[in-house]
Design a protein around this ligand. Structure first.
Ligand code: SAM
Ligand code: SF4
Length: 335
């Protein structure tokens, strides 16, 4: 690193080495917990970052200490220029990964391999076709499931993200875990989080504790292994003895991991968010287009990062609908 000052360290001493870049606000699925039923106001195309701009902004972050970049969205793979984006970002000294719904990933196997994208997170909220189609409002279960198997067979490191919701898919927790007996994937159960327009309420959420109650009821205590979590990991990791895969719980609501947070987010229209839950944004794209340095803006945004969940530091605040509407919908943040 050539910089003198660590602009990616916040006032709580957290170093930010992980940037998540949302490539697009649109999606080929309509998961009801992510995309509001009434849709979202899309940014005009001229205000969405081009692949050159994505590269320029990413390069600034990498020059200042970012070592990991994850591409997300919306659905990142629907961007026509995704091969160029991958090519450009792969030229940076950074670990590149992607979060996708996998609907069209079979078309990109060679491209992903070419640019060293080995870590792939795939969303799959149900193993029951009709239910999956109801959650996503599209009929793509078969292709998503077969693409997950394809990714595993092709040697990618696959994590499956399942957002748990009461009365929707909490009856499938054990089925998901049993899938890891023969499939070397990590199933990550995500606590349902509140964002603008997703009609969140705490009673719909399945907590870390509740997941473990299901697990403890279904498996012998001696068969449930607690795995070592990676540094800055957002998940608590487990494996059932002798299973090829593992499972994990991401408990942003009941057990936030803000103390070790190393993440920053860049939206598709070039706004820097210092936290998933933050309602403030810093406009990097306009500054870049004006030909000015974006570093001072990045530094200010990082410095102002609040200690816990963008200021929603208690469950009471998290349940305040007014605070959710100050934030974006998840589809335009990039999870
Ligand atoms: N389209 C890609 C996908 O579905 O994986 C990438 C974008 S999606 C916004 C990224 C992740 O955010 C997904 O794993 C999704 O399940 C998660 N997500 C979306 N809304 C959420 C919510 N309200 N609570 C928890 N996770 C959510
Ligand atoms: Fe699309 Fe992913 Fe949101 Fe589902 S979770 S609507 S696949 S962006």
């Amino acid at each position: 690193m050539t910089n003198k000052k660590n602009i990616l360290q916040d006032s709580h001493g957290r170093d930010h080495t992980y940037l998540r870049i949302s490539l697009v606000e649109r999606c080929n699925l309509r998961c009801f917990y992510c995309m509001p039923a009434e849709g979202v106001q899309l940014t005009p195309k001229s205000h969405i970052m081009t692949y050159e701009e994505i590269y320029e902004i990413a390069k600034t972050f990498v020059n200042n200490g970012v070592t990991k970049i994850r591409l997300t969205g919306g659905e990142p793979l629907i961007r026509k220029d995704i091969p160029f984006i991958l090519e450009k970002l792969a030229s940076l000294p950074v670990e590149l990964s992607i979060t996708t719904n996998a609907v069209i990933i079979h078309k990109f196997i060679d491209t992903l391999k070419l640019y060293g994208v080995n870590n792939i997170n795939v969303s799959l909220d149900s193993l029951v076709k009709e239910k999956f189609n109801k959650i996503t409002l599209r009929d793509h279960f078969d292709i998503v499931y077969s693409n997950i198997l394809l990714l595993v067979n092709e040697g990618f490191n696959v994590k499956i993200n399942a957002v748990l919701m009461k009365g929707v898919n909490d009856d499938e927790i054990i089925d998901f875990i049993k899938l890891t007996k023969d499939l070397p994937v990590c199933i990550r159960f995500i606590e349902f989080m509140p964002f603008d327009g997703n009609k969140w309420d705490l009673s719909k959420m399945v907590s870390y504790k509740e997941v473990m109650t299901y697990v403890n009821r279904s498996f012998a205590e001696t068969d449930i292994e607690r795995l070592q979590d990676a540094p800055n990991d957002t998940s608590k990791n487990y494996r059932i003895k002798n299973y090829k895969g593992s499972f994990a719980i991401i408990s942003s609501v009941t057990n936030p991991f803000c103390d070790s947070c190393n993440r920053l987010r860049l939206t598709a229209n070039g706004q820097l968010k210092n936290c998933l839950f933050s309602s403030t944004e810093s406009d990097l794209l306009t500054t870049l287009r004006e030909g000015k340095s974006i570093e001072p803006i990045i530094q200010k945004a990082v410095q102002s990062k609040l200690k816990i969940r963008g200021g929603m530091d208690t469950l009471e605040k998290l349940q305040e609908p007014k605070l959710h509407t100050q934030n974006r919908s998840m589809i335009t943040i990039g999870g």
